[in-house]
Design a protein around this ligand. Structure first.
Ligand SMILES: [Cu+2]
Length: 136
C-alpha cells in the first residue's frame, strides 16, 4: 500500500517535470522590451543605460515601442534599430510609431555591437545608440 502510493507520487513528479519542460519550450523565445523614444534615445525599462545581453545565436523577440521625435522619414519610419555589422542578418529594423515585435537571432560571434538609429529623427539623432552584448 505504502509502496504503491510512493511510486504514484514519484510518477506524478516525473510527469510534472516533463510537462514543465514542454511548457517552457512552448513558451517560445524571450521577449525584450525596448523603447525608441521621442527624445531620440533608446530605453530599456528598468535600466539606466540602454543595453541588451544575448547568448550567441539566441533567438529573441524585440518588442519595440517607437515614438516620433521632431523629424521622421517619408515612409513613416520614425527611428530605426540598426547594427551595421549585422545588417545582412536581419538587424536593420525600420520603426514606425507604435509597438511591434521583431524576431531576431543573435550572431554566432560573441562581442559588443553598437545599435544605431539611421533615421534622421531630430536634434539628438547622432547620439541615438545603444549596446548589444553577445556572450558565448
Ligand atoms: Cu534617429
Amino acid at each position: 500500500m505504502m509502496k504503491s502510493n510512493h511510486s504514484k507520487r514519484l510518477g506524478m513528479m516525473v510527469l510534472m517535470v516533463l510537462l514543465f519542460g514542454t511548457l517552457s519550450a512552448m513558451a517560445g523565445p524571450r521577449v525584450i522590451q525596448i523603447t525608441a523614444d521621442e527624445d531620440g534615445k533608446f530605453k530599456v525599462p528598468g535600466q539606466k543605460k540602454p543595453m541588451i545581453t544575448l547568448k550567441a545565436q539566441e533567438v529573441v523577440v524585440l518588442r519595440i515601442t517607437s515614438h516620433k521625435g521632431s523629424d521622421w522619414e517619408k515612409d513613416g519610419a520614425v527611428h530605426s534599430f540598426t547594427i551595421n555589422a549585422l545588417k545582412d542578418q536581419g538587424w536593420d529594423l525600420r520603426l514606425k510609431e507604435g509597438t511591434k515585435d521583431f524576431t531576431v537571432s543573435a550572431p554566432a560571434e560573441p562581442g559588443e555591437y553598437v545599435v544605431e538609429c539611421t533615421v534622421r529623427c531630430g536634434k539628438t539623432h547622432d547620439d541615438m545608440k545603444m549596446k548589444l552584448i553577445v556572450t558565448p
